[in-house]
Design a binder for this molecule. Structure first.
Ligand code: AMP
Length: 201
């Protein structure tokens, strides 16, 4: 069984892991983290909620972004406001020793102006629900033209909730050559269709 250090994580992230009391990586973490750290690749992962999937994509993203830059480098799309807030919270905990890190949550039902203000301060990582994200891109409040990493979390749920068009529209504003990491509890035909559509590697 490996530990987090053997997966290739740096000290500032290992310190946060110690603080959180995580002792051993879960299966999805053990499998995904080394691959995502080692190369810039797309990834499809079959993982349910509660398996530690947030950390499986969260730690590699935190290690790979440049927190000294204010440019938005990572985007995480999730189906619901609750999950969006939960992921944001986890990312802040995982990245507590990453100096200069700003993770911003974007979701509907809250003030768009407040969210725009947080983005303006420079968010290296945005965690968003598709509807509000599309809206803010359309209003010129968010620029994802330089993102390097995009996570589609609970992809099956996002499709069930009818977000296919929104996701397509959002990703049309992102670079072709980013890495896309897709996580889904189930892998119906629709999910493999979006994997084929949005992933190259
Ligand atoms: P998730 O599947 O990402 O929603 O994570 C489920 C819960 O497990 C979250 O509260 C995490 O903080 C926690 N967690 C994630 N990875 C580990 C780990 N390796 N050891 C113990 N708890 C973990």
């Amino acid at each position: 069984m490996s530990n987090f250090q053997q997966l290739g994580l740096e000290d500032n992230l290992l310190q946060a892991i110690t603080d959180l009391g995580f002792e051993t990586p879960s299966e999805v973490q053990e499998k995904a983290i080394p691959i995502l750290l080692e190369k810039d690749t797309d990834l499809v992962s079959l993982a349910q909620t509660g398996t530690g999937k947030t950390a499986a994509f969260g730690f590699p993203m935190l290690q790979k972004i440049n927190a000294e830059s204010r440019t938005t480098q990572g985007l995480i799309l999730s189906p619901t406001r609750e999950l969006c807030m939960q992921i944001t919270n986890e990312m802040k905990n995982y990245g507590k020793y990453v100096k200069g890190l700003n993770v911003v949550a974007i979701y509907g039902g809250a003030s768009i102006q407040d969210q725009a203000r947080q983005i303006k301060k420079g968010a290296q990582i945005i965690v968003a629900t598709p509807g509000r994200m599309k809206d803010m891109i359309g209003r010129g409040m968010i620029d994802i033209s330089k993102i390097e990493y995009c996570v589609l979390d609970e992809a099956d749920e996002m499709l069930n909730m009818g977000f296919y068009e929104d996701i397509t529209e959002i990703l049309s504003h992102s670079p072709q050559d980013k890495s896309t990491w897709l996580f889904s509890a189930t892998m119906p035909k629709e999910v493999s269709t979006i994997a084929k559509r949005f992933m190259h590697d």
